[in-house]
Design a protein around this ligand. Structure first.
Ligand SMILES: Nc1ncnc2c1ncn2[C@@H]1O[C@H](COP(=O)(O)OP(=O)(O)OP(=O)(O)O)[C@@H](O)[C@H]1O
Length: 278
């Protein structure tokens, strides 16, 4: 329970001491600890960027947060409800409120579904589809992500990567979520279309007060897009703080290791790929 005397607003998402292990490469090998006691909060209207080099455990943490797998230890609370011990029915009821947006804009859409049906699908799955109002709802969702309703008649292969990612965001918005878990949402996109998608995400956050857990391996991008940054390294969070302050010290031991692992970390983000800061 939240302390009634604590004036700080309760976070949308509270993750504490999260541990995620994967099976080792052979049946005899020890399990691999991908996430090793990670804790963070995401508040409504806030972007927390979870950054770190490839393989440091970001996606494993996101998978546990989304309830797609049970963590091996730790707590994931969404709006005060503990997800790690919730049964399948309870998770299904809560799932519309926290939605993923994935990296591969084409891969996350069925090639056989027209855009209109892809956006309608989550409404149907979560029992929110009504024949009378559903089509208008789909048009409104397309409009919200900057797509013309005419795009609804197309198949994914008839769209650009940026348009596909907008459809992915429309699907995530369909069930009126409060939290989006964005796993590298722009890294598969051309730099020229990244800014448009990032601006869209900023605008939606301002309008809807959404919390974002924004996973990426690009620290300049994270500093630019996020309010706060948590840096992961070998399964642990090694630094966390306001985005503009994190890992600005090139002599910090983790900065040195990360610069080796991710050369872009101290590279200047290209102006064309970044929108205005939040
Ligand atoms: N399903 C799995 N089975 C076994 N090992 C896994 C599995 N998923 C991830 N791993 C391992 O867990 C570690 C963390 O992987 P994870 O994908 O969470 O990292 P990441 O930071 O998201 O990396 P990337 O940025 O490359 O996606 C890696 O060593 C990876 O090989």
């Amino acid at each position: 329970m939240d302390d009634p005397n604590d004036p700080a607003p309760a976070p949308l998402l509270r993750v504490r001491d999260l541990v995620v292990r994967h099976p080792g490469p052979t049946r005899r090998s020890a399990p691999l600890t991908a996430v090793d006691g990670v804790s963070f909060d995401v508040h409504a209207g806030e972007t927390l960027a979870l950054v770190g080099e490839s393989g440091c455990g970001k996606t494993s943490a996101a998978t546990a947060v989304l309830g797609l797998r049970r963590p091996d230890a730790g707590s994931v609370r969404f709006e005060g409800t503990e997800l790690t011990t919730l049964g399948e029915a309870g998770l299904r009821a809560l799932r519309p409120a926290f939605q993923p947006v994935l990296q591969d804009p084409y891969g996350s859409l069925s090639p056989r579904l027209r855009v209109r049906d892809a956006v309608a699908e989550p409404l149907r799955i979560h029992g929110r589809w009504e024949r009378a109002t559903g089509p208008d709802q789909v048009d409104a969702l397309l409009g919200k992500v900057g797509l013309d309703p005419a795009h609804g008649d197309r198949f994914p292969h008839e769209l650009s990567g940026g348009q596909c990612q907008r459809v992915g965001i429309a699907r995530a918005l369909a069930c009126e979520p409060r939290l989006l878990v964005l796993d590298e949402p722009v890294s598969a996109l051309d730099p020229s279309v990244r800014a448009g998608v990032l601006n869209l995400l900023n605008g939606l956050q301002d309008e809807l007060g959404l919390g974002y857990l924004f996973i990426c391996h690009d620290l300049p991008l994270a500093r630019h897009i996020a309010h706060r940054v948590a840096v992961m390294h070998r399964g642990r969070i090694v630094e966390t703080g306001p985005a503009r302050r994190v890992l600005t010290d090139p002599e910090h031991p983790y900065t040195r290791e990360l610069v080796r692992a991710v050369p872009s970390i101290h590279g200047a983000p290209s102006e064309s790929s970044l929108p205005a800061a939040p």
